[in-house]
Design a protein around this ligand. Structure first.
Ligand SMILES: Nc1ncnc2c1ncn2[C@@H]1O[C@H](COP(=O)(O)OP(=O)(O)OP(=O)(O)O)[C@@H](O)[C@H]1O
Ligand SMILES: [Mg+2]
Length: 112
């Protein structure tokens, strides 16, 4: 199993959720995060004055999938969230040893 952790623009969350549900991927965790990438933040203009947003707000989406679903889900994330502009985000893929579905006690892929 893999935990797919995607940092995405907030606007991408609804298209992503719809794409995942349509692909029968059930379950995700989202959180509000802030950070920076290669541009070290983002320039914005407020009342005509340019300033730097040092820690850009984004959403972090965590999706646990079986190994055979990783590429499919990464493709869905790209299709749903890519704009081609800087700041589109990043996807991290971590190995996961086990998962427990608390209600049933199921373990491993069957618990996803
Ligand atoms: N190396 C990193 N480690 C941890 N988080 C990162 C890393 N790079 C980016 N992030 C997170 O992802 C968010 C979006 O990053 P971003 O898309 O700007 O990456 P980038 O490498 O600068 O790519 P681009 O040049 O397309 O903007 C950042 O605000 C930060 O929260
Ligand atoms: Mg960037």
């Amino acid at each position: 199993m893999k935990m797919i952790v995607a940092i995405i623009r907030p606007i991408g969350i609804n298209p992503l959720k719809e794409a995942l549900c349509a692909a029968n991927i059930k379950g995700m965790t989202i959180s509000e995060v802030r950070g920076f990438g290669r541009q070290l933040g983002k320039k914005e203009i407020f009342r005509g004055v340019e300033y730097l947003v040092e820690y850009v707000p984004n959403l972090q989406v965590e999706i646990l999938v079986k190994d055979s679903d990783v590429e499919r889900v990464v493709d869905l994330i790209l299709k749903a969230t890519k704009t081609g502009e800087t700041g589109d985000g990043k996807i991290f893929i971590h190995p996961v040893d086990d998962v427990v579905r608390i209600r049933t006690g199921e373990r491993g892929e069957g618990a996803i």
